[in-house]
Design a protein around this ligand. Structure first.
Ligand SMILES: Cc1cc2nc3c(=O)[nH]c(=O)nc-3n(C[C@H](O)[C@H](O)[C@H](O)COP(=O)(O)OP(=O)(O)OC[C@H]3O[C@@H](n4cnc5c(N)ncnc54)[C@H](O)[C@@H]3O)c2cc1C
Length: 375
């Protein structure tokens, strides 16, 4: 029984961007939904990310992921409008394309190969992109550093304010009738007749279906419903400057200007285990690189720096699973929770509410890792 006196239709575990998007979409479908969330005391990538809605370069080696990212990017404007209507929160969504800035000729050649390969795999008609020399890129990014050789552009990319996105998903969930429980760390899952019994810090609950989307805590919970979800943390560091007049119209892989005016500069990729916080040497390199890309940044003060942990699968692609042993249980984990928020809120709730994960997305099953291990 829930604290409200009866089992809910679906319990979602984890109130980060992934769990909150799924819970919001499910609640909008009129289901009774409980969202159990440990809250900010847990590791929470959703409060430390770069805010990109990004397609460029995604899906190398798995064309279905390129198409899935693109599908989400195409739905993003609708999600932003829906959230505004449901919650009056503007998530700062802007999608006018984005650029990868190459800092060397080798990197530029690498971008070219990567985009050509993805375009070939998904069909050029599905993957509009341009490789640009210095002058071409400088037309898109005025003030570009003189020693930047060039970069690439796709029209699908954009960015949002990720903190406002998280707030809007939570507000939308509650407006749609969802029951949010913070400080409710789930410890034990028991399969019972008709669903699951969930023993959490905030009490014991019952749910017909269960969705586990608890970021880095997912593997231990998923194992309790017989799903292996191999994920590991990858540390990233970011910086943000004081606010400035609008100058950078499109987001890039190195820097984006937020809707509030600050330049968010990112980011590193380090396998350090469960270490958070920042390292001065890494921050210095990130800042130096950003100033090479856009020399005018040198005149701005850095207001804040932070580190956060990515939720990474062995191949970098999402894990979407339905337990074979307990078909009412689903597991969701991914590295691009901002980009994929639109499909998570608007497409995946139909899977949970309906017939499960469609064949088209079966490639995101964690069973792919078993195949790799035995190969
Ligand atoms: C440096 C960095 C840059 C990034 N940049 C981008 C980007 O530009 N674009 C993009 O698309 N993505 C980006 N990401 C990735 C994105 O932030 C994540 O994919 C997304 O936030 C993952 O959300 P999540 O809900 O899975 O996990 P989290 O945000 O980690 O949330 C997990 C939630 O589960 C809860 N929880 C944990 N254990 C339990 C439990 N036992 N019971 C109940 N609740 C529990 C926690 O309290 C938390 O609320 C970036 C990430 C990092 C770190």
């Amino acid at each position: 029984m829930t604290a409200n006196g009866g089992p809910v239709e679906v319990a979602v575990v984890g109130g980060g961007l992934v769990g909150a998007a799924l819970a919001y979409g499910l609640a909008r479908r009129g289901r009774s939904i409980l969202l159990l969330d440990e809250g900010d005391v847990a590791l929470r990538a959703s409060r430390g990310n770069f805010g990109l809605v990004w397609v460029q370069g995604k899906g190398r080696g798995l064309p279905a992921y390129a198409l899935w990212s693109q599908r989400s990017a195409r739905l993003w404007a609708e999600l932003a409008a829906q959230l505004r209507e449901d919650t009056a929160i503007d998530v700062g969504h802007s999608q006018r394309g984005g650029a990868l800035i190459a800092m060397s000729e080798e990197e530029l050649a690498g971008f070219g190969e990567m985009l050509a390969e993805i375009s070939e795999a998904v069909g050029p008609e599905n993957y509009e992109h341009e490789l640009l020399d210095h002058d071409g890129l400088a037309k898109l990014i005025p003030g570009l550093g003189p020693d930047v050789p060039g970069g690439s552009f796709t029209p699908y990319d954009g960015h949002v304010n990720p903190l406002r996105l998280l707030r809007a998903l939570h507000a939308g969930f509650q407006t749609a009738g969802g029951d949010y429980r913070p400080r409710a760390r789930l410890a034990h899952i028991e399969a019972v007749e008709g669903g699951f019994e969930l023993r959490s810090q905030a009490g014991t609950f019952e749910a017909g279906k269960l969705v586990i989307a608890a970021g880095l805590a997912t593997p231990d919970l998923a194992r309790q419903v017989a799903v292996e979800a191999p994920i590991h943390p990858v540390h990233g560091q970011l910086l943000i400057t004081e606010r400035a007049a609008p100058r950078l119209a499109i987001p890039t892989n190195i820097v984006r200007q937020t809707d509030e005016g600050g330049f968010q500069i990112g980011y590193s990729n380090d396998e350090l285990g469960y270490v958070t916080g920042t390292r001065l040497g890494v921050l210095r390199d990130i800042a130096h690189n950003a100033v090479r890309a856009l020399p005018y940044l040198a005149g701005l003060r850095i207001l804040r720096t932070w580190g956060a942990l990515r939720i990474m699968t062995p191949d970098g692609f999402p894990i979407y699973a339905r337990s074979t042993e307990h078909p009412g249980a689903f597991v969701f984990a991914c590295h691009s929770g901002v980009t994929l928020a639109a499909v998570h809120a608007m497409i995946c709730p139909g899977w949970i509410d309906g017939d499960g994960i469609p064949e088209e997305q079966a490639c995101f099953s964690p069973e792919r890792f078993d195949v790799q291990t035995t190969a």
